[in-house]
Design a protein around this ligand. Structure first.
Ligand SMILES: Cc1cc2nc3c(=O)[nH]c(=O)nc-3n(C[C@H](O)[C@H](O)[C@H](O)COP(=O)(O)O)c2cc1C
Length: 221
């Protein structure tokens, strides 16, 4: 698979089979992903890979917490500005609309929407999750480095025939994640990522992108 194919076929997959991901494969992917660039080569990513019984327990605790309507853990970072201005607000609305349309869920069907959202903390059925932490003392450029690492990992997963879904949703139950990963105190959870083989029976809509001219400006001589 070439890089264009990996980019074109990566998407946030929200339905996985229970086929396990081999340890050897994820080690190969994360070893290669470590070649991602970072300012002054800080390599600010800290990754925990969770599978098997610890993941099963975490899924249980997290989904039960959310289903019981427990409050989120207090936030360590703001996921989105409160008022998402244009064009971001419209893009977010379009994403929500497409997602629930693909699932056949009506806008006003809160129960079905909640069920779909809760699937986040079941890793959408995936048998493996990674949790990405960053040192609280680091700043915006290092968060960007972490993003590059995660994207590199997601593309390499495609090369292995695997899919992924990056999930900030895990930050909402970060204390339950910490209970499993036991990170050193200076680390904070950025996001989780479900990893596995796609369940092709789960319908989805491919999220459209803004046309090139909306996000890219060419300045020619
Ligand atoms: C940092 C980050 C966090 C995300 N968090 C979630 C999440 O919690 N749950 C989810 O279902 N998707 C999540 N996504 C997936 C996005 O919704 C998805 O990438 C976006 O809609 C574009 O769609 P695509 O990745 O399928 O092309 C996240 C993506 C990123 C990059």
């Amino acid at each position: 698979m070439d890089v264009y194919q990996a980019v074109a076929t990566r998407r946030a997959v929200r339905g996985f089979t229970d086929q396990p991901v081999e340890r050897e494969v994820i080690e190969r992917v994360l070893s290669a992903a470590a070649n991602s660039p970072s300012g002054s080569n800080l390599q600010p990513w800290n990754i925990y890979v969770v599978t098997g019984e610890p993941l099963a327990q975490l899924k249980k605790v997290a989904t039960e917490r959310v289903a019981a309507g427990e409050p989120w853990d207090e936030r360590e970072y703001v996921m989105y500005p409160h008022d998402l201005k244009s064009p971001y607000g419209e893009r977010r609305a379009a994403f929500g609309r497409d997602r629930y349309t693909a699932l056949g869920v009506a806008r006003e069907d809160w129960e079905a929407r909640t069920r779909a959202a809760i699937a986040n903390w079941d890793c959408f059925g995936a048998p493996m999750a990674l949790f990405c932490y960053i040192d609280r003392d680091l700043g915006m450029p290092q968060w960007s480095d972490v993003g590059m690492y995660l994207q590199t990992a997601m593309l390499l997963l495609r090369a292995e025939g695997l899919h992924s879904c990056p999930q900030m949703a895990w930050s909402q139950v970060r204390k339950s994640v910490d209970a499993v990963t036991s990170p050193p105190p200076e680390l904070m959870l950025f996001c989780g990522m479900s990893i596995g083989y796609e369940d092709s029976g789960v319908s989805f809509v491919r999220n459209a992108r803004a046309p090139l001219g909306e996000t890219v400006t060419f300045i020619d001589g």
